[in-house]
Design a protein around this ligand. Structure first.
Ligand code: SPD
Length: 315
């Protein structure tokens, strides 16, 4: 964070390196929390344009101004592909936004949130009620403060949907092992036969698309099928890839009317972003991204994991 007065009166800036040479700065009017946990640095700030935001290790995670776009897409895309999920696992997801969306499905009996950092969960519970909207206290939600890798390792045929709602795979950061073949193999074992995995898999910006191509190729190597769906989240600084994978076929030309009918009978509460047309649109991976994935040969493993530097360099 840096201090510098602007015309708007904002005098604090959160600067996120999207790459070593590209920075996205947010003008901030208030810092609600700033602390170091055993795993990462947490900031909760109020940004002038986008409202309250969670920032981990200097990387913008979510904010009240556009979180609905991300959380509705990352949750409802796999739930629609499944059709009637009963058990949903969220790896990460400490802010409760994905859990809030999963709970809208009438079929959902349990949502498990597995997050390594209990201090982030408590910070979100206290400072971001607009995002969790009570989901972190819902009786259908079980919060397990643990490494999602270990929880999934101990699960077989247990979940209909797994949502990997993680921070970026920063080198030596808490999330990078969850972007590897070993993790995705455990996810496949933990899913029911019709189960679906979705993972926030990286930027679709042309100069930085390699990480997304490699993560998607890694998921494809395990599941046989993986589609990088496209999420337009303004505060992530570019179109963002949410890669969905499953052993069953994925219909990328899904009929929006069929999705809308499923949603109207299966989902309680209102949606702001997601409907049949939004799902069909998200499944249309841009051509240059499809080609980057088709060309990709790298499969991330624990011995050769993604390692995003704090300055945004992608390898
Ligand atoms: N570059 C930012 C990617 C952040 C993804 N995680 C968001 C967590 C929101 N629940």
């Amino acid at each position: 964070m840096s201090e510098e007065t602007s015309e708007s009166g904002v005098n604090l800036w959160v600067a996120e390196h999207l790459s070593p040479v590209d920075i996205y700065q947010h003008g901030v009017t208030q810092v609600l929390l700033h602390k170091q946990t055993a795993f990462q640095e947490i900031s909760i700030v109020v940004s002038e344009s986008y409202g309250k935001a969670l920032v981990l290790d200097g990387k913008w995670q979510t904010c009240t101004g556009d979180e609905f776009i991300y959380h509705e897409l990352i949750t409802h895309i796999p739930c629609v592909l499944h059709g009637g999920p009963k058990r949903v696992l969220i790896a990460g997801g400490a802010d409760g936004g994905a859990a809030r969306e999963a709970l809208k499905w009438k079929s959902v009996e349990e949502v498990v949130i597995a997050d390594l950092d209990g201090e982030v969960i408590e910070a979100c519970r206290e400072f971001l009620p607009e995002i969790h909207q009570g989901s972190l206290n819902d009786p259908r939600v079980r919060i397990v403060v643990t490494d999602a890798f270990e929880l999934i390792e101990a699960s077989t045929n247990s979940f209909d949907v797994i949502i990997a709602d993680l921070t970026d795979p920063i080198e030596r950061g808490p999330a990078y092992p969850l972007f590897t073949k070993e993790f995705f193999e455990l996810c496949r074992k933990a899913l029911t036969p019709n189960g679906v995995l979705i993972n926030q898999a990286g930027s679709m910006s042309p100069p930085w698309v390699k990480l997304l191509a490699r993560v998607t190729n890694t998921m494809k190597s395990v599941f046989g099928r993986a589609i990088a769906t496209a999420a337009p989240i303004p505060t992530y600084g570019s179109l963002w890839g949410l890669t969905v994978a499953r052993s069953q076929p994925i219909d990328t030309m899904i009929d929006p009317a069929v999705v809308d009918e499923l949603l109207s009978k299966s989902v309680n509460g209102s949606l702001r972003m997601f409907d049949g047309r939004a799902m069909l649109a998200a499944l249309q991976t841009p051509r240059y991204v499809r080609e980057a994935i088709e060309r990709e040969t790298v499969v991330y493993t624990l011995d050769n994991p993604p390692a995003l530097s704090a300055s945004g360099e992608r390898v």
